[in-house]
Design a protein around this ligand. Structure first.
Ligand SMILES: [Zn+2]
Length: 188
């Protein structure tokens, strides 16, 4: 399967899971051989995307393929790949429970010695940076150092994985985890 086809297929899955929609969230993969990033276009329902629409951006930041307009959060994806040369995919979304921590500018401190805390560690919150600018990823190297998820202050969440299947799985588990902790605080 081509890189663009992977992005189109997993975009549909992410929208079916309620992680992204036409206005929120973006997904990408990187070809580490060429350094090209394949990213979802702006303002399209992710579940309807075709392989031809996926934007191909070269290491100089120029769009060299795809009929869509590259996501305005391209810089965030580029920074995540620079911070983590070992990963192949990035997912950015605004899922509500983790985003609530981001809007409170709080790290999500996972309960110690649980299975999920071993995967996520304490999820760090970056300072606020305006949408679509380089400020949005200030501190991402430290936040993603040994951890797959980071919060974007006043905005949302970013997650890295080996590939999109891995990244979406991590994102879903982290969001569920934040939801469980919120319910626990409410009930007990
Ligand atoms: Zn966003």
């Amino acid at each position: 399967m081509t890189f663009a086809a992977q992005v189109a297929m997993f975009s549909k899955l992410a929208e079916e899971k309620g992680m992204v929609n036409s206005l929120e969230g973006n997904l990408s993969v990187i070809d580490r051989q060429t350094g090209n990033i394949y990213i979802t276009p702006s303002h399209r329902a992710k579940c309807l995307l075709t392989e031809e629409e996926i934007c191909i951006v070269n290491p100089q930041g120029e769009q060299i393929g795809g009929t869509g307009k590259k996501s305005s959060e391209f810089f965030l994806h580029e920074a995540a790949y620079k911070a983590r040369p070992d990963v192949g995919a990035v997912v950015h979304c605004h899922t509500p429970y983790l985003s609530a921590y981001a809007f409170a500018y709080r790290d999500f401190e996972t309960p110690k010695d649980t299975f999920l805390s071993q995967i996520f560690g304490n999820i760090k919150c970056l300072p606020y940076g305006a949408h679509g600018t380089h400020e949005i990823h200030q501190g991402i190297e430290e936040a993603l150092d040994g951890r797959p998820v980071a919060l974007l202050g006043g905005h949302g969440v970013v997650c890295v994985g080996e590939d999109l299947e891995d990244a979406i799985g991590i994102m879903e588990a982290a969001e569920n985890y934040a939801k469980t902790i919120a319910i626990k605080h409410k009930l007990f």
